[in-house]
Design a protein around this ligand. Structure first.
Ligand code: SF4
Length: 286
């Protein structure tokens, strides 16, 4: 039986992207290849907000007690090793059991599964088939991987996903989506590490629905997004593109949402809200 290190497992409403508003189980795996310390900072500077929290990390016994941050990665505890003890290693059996406890009817109906992070396509790819093929996952019809778009699928997992989506006998369709939040320079990550058209194209090649989602704070971010879109299109990407306002806390989100919606309309792109911010204040577990 496989195991996964799980930062969070909760039931909520998807607040972003294609499935906005859909009741969803969120499985947040531990670990990320990026830090994204540039979010919310003047260009070229990196946030140290989490360092102050890390100094008193022992004080926090559960995720819900951790402070929210307004700069850097808003899910910092899902990858920062200083908070790793808050993320238990669970068997796929235990995860499937827990999912049945948190969905309303004890079994999958119209809920959607979001596998997120951190970066969920790191080494955990080897464990997902055990989870997705678990008897308690019967009835699941839609899965989204929320990824930064830098991790290739292993050949084994790519084949598993193709079989999961197309090789079943259910009387309903199944769909796999990759929500690719490619990181622009405002994240503090390097362009050549973050913008990987060949990887994103490979998700599309297994027959999945793939879309791009860019976090926008400034005109410069939008100019960077346009360059990235062009690179992805040149690399064969055919999916939709969403612009989403920066803002893991309400005050920042409220300054940006209308402006980013206007930018999306003006440029014929899709707007993604962050419903979890106005609805739930983006607290852990939402
Ligand atoms: S890729 Fe996502 S989870 Fe990883 S550091 Fe950046 S914002 Fe955080």
């Amino acid at each position: 039986m496989s195991k996964l290190k799980i930062a969070e497992l909760f039931y909520s409403i998807q607040g972003e992207g294609r499935y906005m508003g859909v009741p969803s189980v969120f499985l947040r795996t531990f670990g990320c290849n990026f830090k994204c310390a540039g979010f919310g900072m003047p260009r070229g500077q990196l946030s140290t907000e989490v360092d102050a929290i890390a100094q008193i990390a022992d004080k926090f016994k559960v995720y819900e007690e951790l402070p929210l941050v307004s700069t850097g990665c808003d899910s910092y505890a899902s990858w920062d090793p200083r908070f790793k003890d808050l993320s238990p290693m669970l068997t796929t059996d235990a995860i499937a059991e827990r999912i049945c406890e948190i969905i309303p009817h004890g079994k999958w109906r119209d809920e959607h599964l979001v596998i997120t992070g951190g970066e969920p396509l790191l080494g955990w790819q080897r464990a997902y088939p055990d989870l997705l093929s678990h008897p308690k996952m019967t009835g699941l019809r839609e899965i989204t991987f929320e990824t930064n778009g830098t991790q290739a699928l292993t050949p084994e997992f790519a084949q598993y996903l193709k079989d999961w989506q197309w090789g079943h006998k259910d009387d309903f369709t199944r769909e796999i989506t990759f929500s690719v939040s490619a990181k622009l320079p405002c994240s503090g990550e390097k362009w050549e590490d973050a913008i990987r058209p060949e990887i994103v194209k490979s998700y599309q090649d297994i027959g999945a629905n793939v879309y791009l989602k860019f976090v926008i704070a400034t005109e410069q971010d939008f100019a960077d997004a346009e360059c990235a879109i062009s690179a992805f299109r040149t690399g064969g990407f055919r999916g939709h593109v969403y612009l989403m306002p920066v803002g893991g806390v309400e005050s920042v989100y409220a300054l940006n949402n209308r402006r980013v919606a206007d930018l999306a309309m003006k440029n014929g792109l899709r707007y993604s809200d962050r419903l979890q911010v106005p609805l739930f204040k983006n607290e852990w577990g939402t």
